[in-house]
Design a protein around this ligand. Structure first.
Ligand code: HPA
Length: 243
């Protein structure tokens, strides 16, 4: 079953016809919210609000291990994760959707592996290509058929937050080859790989990253973009779920 993880601005999908909510407890603790099973365009899907419902958890407070384990236990076989990001390069203008194909992890101090039991065999998972190409191709098809501004590929910088970056940090991320910056891509993406769950990200650019515009980044500016942007994301996900 396809699962969606909703980020900032996507705590619920209004067009999801809810079948049941599962409060799942995992060996890593509780996920951010109940795992919702519902029907979307004739297909059963799972939905999890990454920051809780209502949105209360900051990116570094999210129990990513519990979230991913709970989705697997609920029957997820593939995951599309949605996130709000800052745009660094010309490939990522505000309001556009980006389907990243690479990720660099700048987070620290987060629980970033499921292999913490010395009694279990340790696996160094291959993570050369963090995002599943079949999921990305499916999303690309839907984006190409839409009127939306979107970009195929891009490198996602996962930063620790919750503060936004300095202008110098963004210059460094750009030098590193990053196109977009967000706070939740890791360890989520690698945990999906450890669970052998195909995973792709659909990122909405909600602001120019620090130093990329002449004005201060405000929550009001971000929220204005999120309102219409996440409605677009919902349409793409619904199309995608329908096949
Ligand atoms: N930086 C990091 N995370 C973000 C940003 C940003 O500019 N915008 C939305 N999430």
């Amino acid at each position: 079953m396809l699962a969606f993880i909703g980020g900032t601005g996507l705590t619920r999908m209004d067009n999801l016809r809810i079948i049941r909510r599962q409060a799942i407890s995992t060996r890593f603790g509780d996920p951010s919210a109940a795992v919702v099973e519902g029907e979307l365009d004739g297909q059963n899907v799972l939905f999890l609000a990454r920051h809780g419902d209502p949105h209360v958890l900051l990116p570094h407070q999210v129990n990513y291990r519990a979230n991913m384990t709970a989705l697997k236990e609920a029957g997820a076989t593939a995951i599309v994760a949605v996130n709000a990001v800052g745009g660094i390069t010309a490939q990522a203008p505000t309001g556009a959707l980006v389907l990243p194909d690479q990720i660099i992890d700048y987070t620290w101090g987060r629980e970033m592996t499921l292999f913490d039991d010395p009694a279990e065999p340790l696996v160094h998972v291959d993570f050369s290509w963090p995002f599943d190409s079949a999921l990305r191709n499916g999303l690309k098809e839907k984006l190409a058929a839409s009127e939306l501004k979107w970009n195929d590929g891009g490198c996602y910088a996962a930063t620790q937050g919750p503060r936004l970056e300095t202008a110098a940090e963004i210059i460094r991320l750009e030098r590193d080859g990053c196109d977009i910056v967000g706070m939740t891509g890791m360890p989520e993406a690698v945990l999906a790989r450890e669970l052998a769950l195909p995973y792709a990200m659909l990122s909405l650019v909600v602001n120019p990253a620090a130093g990329k515009s002449s004005h201060e980044i405000t929550m009001a500016e971000i929220e204005a973009v999120i309102h219409d942007g996440m409605a677009n994301v919902c349409r793409v996900l619904t199309d995608f779920a329908g096949g």
